[in-house]
Structure formats: structure tokens, C-alpha cells
Design a protein around this ligand. Structure first.
Ligand code: FAD
Length: 373
């Protein structure tokens, strides 16, 4: 468990100790150091005959975007760093080279990686730091938010990130990455790439504009959009926050009651011509033209049209109200989840010629790599 920045040096020493070849029948080293929270199974002997170099640690936030194997051989580092600080006002500064936001027009706030995302959104709203309302109720931690550039209801977190503070395990350096360095894209960033898996996000530096501009483009927020356009009415960030929470609670299964990882597939982005051809064949196709000329297809609609909404395969299934959410009500394992995911992908590919990408991160049982395809 990483709960204090002062532990970072100790962490590096610990990680180095783990970077040694592990041989057949030699248990993965467990440690009493309070920085680690190893999964129970990590004390199991390795099953292979080949020595392997154990260099990879699994970084855990809230665990809401993960598909886990039955047995995990690698150690897990649970990020629990806490703290929310208004920059400048408290004399806190980050690397001047990455500051883009003018403090007269932006609130600049550093939030530690282990803070709960929804609690932070609520805290910001109550402080009068607006902009994140559309991202309310997304489960998980602040540190994981940049990893897949979380997004909902027409807003992506990248729009509000000035920079990200990371601890590089290999170089043992704390560095501040600008938003540009983070290479944000739709449900993607540098942190999802294997090459940067040696970077632990320790804090996210937000820049929230002091002038609030609501984003009400999504169908579910249309009631507020109509009020907003009416000069005799007004809406507040609290109205947006409340509606987003209501819609999410109505539409999405609560992971505490029905295990799920939210959207299981990304909305595929295809060339405009391909979307037009599909629309000619399937007039009800739900799609969103993008500024760059591509078109985003609603993966939920594709899955629903293939007949998977509410359908089960063994102990797992696609949710009855939201075809994009794979649910695991009866304790299915990694293989059950992947078998269903493959079946859904196969049918969507066959009917529409479109490849679906899995959105959550899949932690592989025996490998140091993470599977996201
Ligand atoms: C019901 C439900 C609804 C959801 N709705 C949405 C939605 O609307 N939009 C959306 O974008 N997502 C959504 N998600 C997905 C999920 O909430 C987000 O991806 C969230 O950011 C995951 O946070 P976490 O702390 O649980 O991350 P985890 O699941 O713990 O980790 C996810 C990945 O981030 C890495 N990671 C975590 N913390 C750090 C860190 N400090 N440094 C480096 N790497 C780190 C992990 O190694 C892993 O690769 C939903 C999930 C559920 C269950």
C-alpha cells in the first residue's frame, strides 16, 4: 500500500529487490514491508521451468476497471495517497514549464492519486470549482482517471488536467508530465501503454475554469439543455451533477450489488464512409460524427442489435438494461468473462464488420503484460 510520498524511496528499493530472476519452484518473495499488499496467491510457486525476470508490479486504484485472473502471481501496489490542495493559494507550485492555466481564470488544484473520484467531484462542486459534474459517480480513484482518460456525457477528464505527477520506478524520479506528454485520446493515454507501466501516478493537477460552461449535448441531459436555452430559466452545476447521478443510478448496475466493470467495450471509431454505409443498411444505427471526420458508433446498440442484451453465457451475461455492460452475478472467472466477450465480438464483427475493443484492463495470470485488446 502506498499512502505517503515519503515511502517512494523505500518503494524503489523494494522494487529493485524484486527485480531478480525467479526460478522454477521458487516462491515469489513476499515482504513484510507495509508498502506492499500482495494478493494471497503471490506466494504460490511459479509453474514454469524457465527463469523469469519479475519486473512488473500491478498498480491498483479502486479496482473498478479490471478483469482479474483466478490466481495472480505478481505483487500488487495499492495506491492510497490522500490530499486535495489548491495550488498557488497554499504556496504550492508544480513544474513551471507545464503550467498552462492562468490563475485569474482557472482554479488549479492538486489531488492525490488515492482520493476517491466521485468524492473529489462532489468536493469540487461544493467548493465552487466547476466543470467535472458530467463525470460524477464514475467509480474508482483520482489516480486512475488519466489512465483511460475517463469520460461520460460529452466530457473527458483530459479537458481539465493541466499535468500529472508520476513516480518513475526505474529512474526513481518524481516528474510532472504535461497534458500533452500524457498523450490523451479516447479512453486512452500513455499510461495504458506497456512501455510506461513503470510510472505510478501519485497526483493529478487539475485546471478548472472559473467561468462555468455546461456541456449538455447528450440525450440524457436534454431536459437541462432545454431549460438552459430558455432565457427565463437558469441552471447550475449542481443541477447537472444531480441529473447525471440520477441517470447513472437508473441505467447502470451498481458494482457493489452486481459485479461489473462499467462499459466492457469501447465505442468503435470508424471512417465516416463506413458509418454511412452501415447507416444505409441499418437506419437505426446510433452514431456520433467526430470533429476529425471519423464517426463513433454506439457499441451498446451494436451489441443489442446482435441480440446480446440481457443474454447470458454460463455464469456471466450482458446487462438487461445496458447491453454494453458485462455483468458477473454468479462468480464467473476470467475465462467465463473472456468467452462471453469473444462471442459478443464475433457476432458484432460478423453482422457489422466492426471490431470491438475491450475497455477494462485485463490482468493476465502469469504474464507481466496487461491485455487491453
Ligand atoms: C459501474 C461502472 C461505471 C463506469 N463508468 C465509467 C464511465 O462512465 N466512464 C469511464 O471512463 N469509465 C467508467 N468506468 C470505468 C472505471 O470507473 C474507470 O476506468 C476508473 O478510472 C477506474 O478507477 P480505479 O481506481 O478503480 O482503477 P483500477 O481499476 O484500480 O485500475 C485501472 C487501471 O489503472 C491503473 N492505475 C490505477 N491507479 C493508478 C496509478 N495511481 N498510477 C498508475 N496506474 C494506475 C491500473 O494499474 C489499471 O491498469 C466505470 C466502471 C464501473 C464499474
Amino acid at each position: 500500500m502506498l499512502s505517503d510520498l515519503g515511502q517512494l524511496q523505500g518503494l524503489s528499493t523494494l522494487l529493485k529487490k524484486c527485480q531478480k530472476p525467479v526460478h522454477d519452484n521458487e516462491p515469489t518473495k513476499s515482504t513484510q514491508d507495509n508498502l506492499t499488499n500482495q494478493a494471497n496467491e503471490t506466494n504460490q510457486p511459479h509453474q514454469t521451468n524457465q527463469p523469469s525476470l519479475q519486473t512488473h508490479w500491478n498498480i491498483l486504484g479502486g479496482g473498478s476497471n479490471l478483469v482479474l485472473p483466478k490466481v495472480l502471481h505478481q505483487p500488487v501496489l495499492h495506491i492510497q495517497l490522500k490530499g486535495i490542495h489548491l495550488l498557488d493559494d497554499q504556496g504550492l507550485q508544480n513544474d513551471q514549464s507545464v503550467i498552462k492555466a492562468d490563475k485569474s481564470t482557472f482554479y488549479r488544484i492538486r489531488v492525490a492519486a488515492g482520493e476517491n473520484w466521485h468524492d473529489w467531484v462532489t468536493f469540487a462542486l461544493n467548493k465552487g470549482w466547476y466543470g467535472l459534474e458530467n463525470l460524477a459517480l464514475i467509480p474508482g480513484s483520482v489516480g486512475a482517471a488519466p489512465v483511460q482518460n475517463i469520460g461520460a456525457y460529452g466530457v473527458e477528464v483530459a479537458q481539465f488536467i493541466e499535468s500529472v505527477d508520476v513516480w518513475n520506478i526505474e529512474t526513481e524520479q518524481l516528474l510532472t508530465l504535461s497534458a500533452q506528454d500524457c498523450d490523451f485520446a479516447y479512453r486512452n493515454s500513455r499510461f495504458k501503454r506497456a512501455h510506461y507501466s513503470n510510472e505510478i501516478i501519485v497526483a493529478v493537477n487539475f485546471a478548472l475554469p472559473k467561468a462555468w460552461q455546461p456541456v449538455l449535448t447528450y440525450q440524457d441531459l436534454k431536459p437541462l439543455a432545454q431549460r438552459y436555452l430558455n432565457p427565463s430559466e437558469s441552471i447550475t452545476p449542481h443541477d447537472v451533477y444531480q441529473l447525471v447521478c440520477e441517470v447513472r443510478q437508473r441505467k447502470l448496475p451498481n458494482p457493489a450489488l452486481i459485479p461489473n466493470a462499467g462499459s466492457f467495450f469501447q465505442n468503435p471509431v470508424v471512417p465516416h464512409e463506413q458509418a454511412q454505409a452501415l447507416k444505409a443498411q441499418h437506419p437505426n444505427l446510433v452514431c456520433y460524427p467526430q470533429a476529425d471526420g471519423t464517426t463513433k458508433l454506439a457499441a451498446g446498440w451494436l451489441i443489442d442489435t446482435c441480440g446480446w442484451k440481457g443474454k447470458r453465457l454460463g455464469s456471466v451475461g450482458m446487462h438487461a438494461n445496458q447491453a454494453l455492460v458485462l455483468v458477473n452475478p454468479d462468480g464467473g472467472h476470467y475465462d467465463d468473462v473472456m468467452t462471453l466477450a469473444d462471442a459478443v465480438r464475433h457476432d458484432v464483427q460478423t453482422l457489422f464488420g466492426v471490431a470491438l475493443q475491450i475497455e477494462p484492463i485485463c490482468w493476465m495470470p502469469d504474464s507481466s503484460t496487461h491485455h487491453t485488446a
